[in-house]
Design a protein around this ligand. Sequence first.
Ligand code: SF4
Ligand code: SF4
Length: 663
Amino acid sequence: MLTRYPIGLAATAVALAIAGRRLAYVFGLVSSGRPAPGRLTQKGRARLELEEVVEQRRLLRWRLPGVAHAFTFWGFCVLILTIIEAYGELFQRNFAIPGIGHAAVVGFAEDFFACAVLIAVFVFSVVRLRSSPKREGRASRFYGSNTAVAWITLGMIALVVVTLLVYRAAQTNTGDFPYGWWAFASHGLGRALRPLGVQANRTVATVFVDLNVVVVMAFLVLLVYTKHLHIFMAPLNIAYTRQPSRLGALDKTPEIDLETMDEETIFGAGRIDHFTWKQLLDLVTCTECGRCQSQCPAWSTGKSLSPKLLVMDLREELFRGTKQALVPNVVTDDVLWACTTCGACVEECPVDIEHVDAIIDMRRYEVLNEARFPPEAASMLRNVESRGDPWGLGASKRLEWTSGLDFEVPVVDGEIPDDVEYLFWVGCAGALDERARKTTQSIARLLHRAGVSFAVLGPAESCTGDPVRRLGNEYLFQVQAHRNIEALTSAGAHKLIASCPHCFNSLSKEYPALGGNFEVVHHSQLLDRLIAEGKLRPNRLDAKVAYHDPCYLGRHSQVYDPPRSVIAAVPGVSPVEMGRCRERSFCCGAGGARMWLEEQGTRINLERADEALATGADVVATGCPYCLIMLDDAVKVRGREEEVKILDVAQLFERSMEVPASR
Ligand code: SF4
Ligand code: SF4
């Protein structure tokens, strides 16, 4: 006994001192961040903890590593009991936890999870070997992660369990073990040790219980100095994640009041200490799992941006504490401007890291404080500012799309008449781009046929500001937003139809922060309802249709089913899904103002179009004018435009109505 507790307790004291100091340092770093308004008071934390920590829902989206991680997590929760027992054993050979220490179910659970954790370690090892960066290069989700530390950690986990099982096995031969045969692994291993005799088993138990405590403590120190800090940080980061959604509206809508601003005013984040404490907490929570990297369209097409590497670089800067300019010292221009804000990284991250907000904060600083942005974006910014649309075509062109219709579209002049239910927000692309105008006309004809009364703002409509906001020009966004809110409010608009998911997102989720509260529906949602009510009846259209989820309709707004229902409502259509669909849809490359920026390497729209073409579909349907333009361009580059049509769901549906009904 005398040899037991000095070693165990000395190891514990040293480890707790080191780990405690480190944790205090990390908490100091995180709390040095700027305030994160609302994060400490928001509701729904218990549900998030239940779903994402206890149930491991997000991790389980990746079946094999998810199950292995879930068993490791649950295993360590149960194995806390064995740590209590090990400390008890240091002082009393036949220690049992008071009350439950002899219960068969406890003995079984401990042994079951000890074995499960060992199996999980094996699974993790296979996963890491199979997707090793050496084998797969950039395609590996572990590319750029600290793989050596990951291997050491797996070794430590195995060591914790092995030392545990050996001391328990030895105890089964000394009469000190508190559990019967339900502790199957301990007893099974104990049989192998039985020939050593009681005295030798006692020595083995002493050595291995000490070893177990020492390994657990060494593991604790390893955790707080590596990416495995996430064991402590993830539950916190999840508790303070943005609600109700980490996507959709951007996080902060800063007060931009030119009267109160001076040269010292900081927009966004130009140095590491400009981030909020939640954004710094994000950095120390990253597990380097690479799930975000594997889904990032920029990284997948050979660009420098990886959301994982971005977070790791920022974390390094946090620990360095140099407070240098982030761009280009920590984050290069190539990385910063490559993001399409598609949200795939945020959607995938198992510990709720909010990459998009951090990227936009860095863009805000570059644009507003440094007046730096890709030169090709200048004309888009100028056009929005002076002409109200990214192409600079001007308000006078906004009604041209109506000329192809055989009915009158009411244009609001003053207040919307009482007998008009909806204000149709056409959007810049829908009003001004040749291809997107066809979608707008289809939507208008379908609404007209279904008897839905609607009007448009026409020249009074202006860019919602989505592209300028995503580019980092928060000031211009707010100017646009206020102008539109004013136009909508003075028109008495309450119910809006948006055909562009970017407009849909800004109008419904970003304008409320600036005082504009409207009920906004995407046209696919409204068409779905009209079809269900029998107000629109399709005819047969034989076609194989693949649906492309636009990022701002899907991940950012959770509208996945209505467009699919519109497609499925057409008799004769056989819908097919692309490999990457719904939450995992692959971006078209236009979001985040990327539509107006030069693209390096493989074009994202080509990669997506290739995926769509591989399905053998006759029609690729979508619900966004930008996706439509990008995919249409890509199909033309591939020379397949004659065989495969890129259509909005509204166009597809309308085409079926043009087919004569069969008898
Ligand atoms: S938002 Fe999309 S493009 Fe940007 S870092 Fe995340 S996954 Fe990559
Ligand atoms: S940011 Fe999230 S998904 Fe990406 S590597 Fe870190 S923990 Fe994994």
